[in-house]
Design a protein around this ligand. Sequence first.
Ligand SMILES: NC(=O)c1ccc[n+]([C@@H]2O[C@H](COP(=O)([O-])OP(=O)(O)OC[C@H]3O[C@@H](n4cnc5c(N)ncnc54)[C@H](OP(=O)(O)O)[C@@H]3O)[C@@H](O)[C@H]2O)c1
Length: 247
Amino acid sequence: MSLAGNVALVTGASRGIGAAVAKALAAQGAAVAVNYFGSEAAAEGVVQKIRASGGRAVAVRADARDQAQVEIMAATVKAQFGPIGILVLNASIGFPMAGILEYPWEAFQAKLLGELGAAFHGCRAVAPQMIERQGGSIVAITSGLARNPGWGFCAHSAAKAGLEGFVRALAFELGPMGIRVNAVAPGLTLTDATAHIPEKHKQAAAVHAPLRRNGRAEDVAEAVVGLLQAGFVTGATLPVNGGGYVF
Ligand SMILES: NC(=O)c1ccc[n+]([C@@H]2O[C@H](COP(=O)([O-])OP(=O)(O)OC[C@H]3O[C@@H](n4cnc5c(N)ncnc54)[C@H](OP(=O)(O)O)[C@@H]3O)[C@@H](O)[C@H]2O)c1
């Protein structure tokens, strides 16, 4: 699939993995909508970098968990660039880390509803545009923690595992309409979300990975671009973890 001339919407693209994905897609020639929630200046910074490199981009604010806001965002992007052909579900839905005996039920519910709601609303808002342009590709950023457990991550693991199931269900449903749906499952990746993790844990993760380092946002972006270009791959989950399958 050609990314050049395509229109992409990346949720949570003001920072971290989403920002790297937005820049990578723009470098491939896609017009990119940089979705943000709270970090307007950072999102505008991503847009400026893309434009300075000759690409096309616009920043669009929306809470990915809110159906009405996501629908308005999808319509805004279509009005500016034309129908969306690429959707990257990346927005990071926060959660507290705690063991199951202490986990607050409200926080568990909020994580599941937020993660799956953001995927549901994004796909519902964008799939009709993909059908209109007779094809499209969706990539969801899941996590290695969907399959490999870590202490304190029960809500995150459950939400990301649910997201993987959603990806396979949509691949099955939307494939006949020319829409592919895949997942990228990063391991520990150096972003704001992992800045709090002690250095010794990061080093341990690097030592246990065959490629002997932690992941970078650009590593995940490369994998997203690869999946978007792989025209006969759908329903797949691609781990991006340097070969390290535990955390
Ligand atoms: N970093 C890792 O080790 C790792 C590993 C596996 C999977 N992942 C997954 O990768 C994705 C990106 O994570 P990251 O590490 O890049 O996170 P990050 O650096 O903390 O960035 C989070 C991004 O999500 C956006 N966001 C948060 N809530 C949002 C909402 N309600 N609506 C729209 N955007 C929202 C933020 O936007 P604002 O700043 O504008 O609010 C920001 O752009 C997440 O899905 C995460 O679960 C990360």
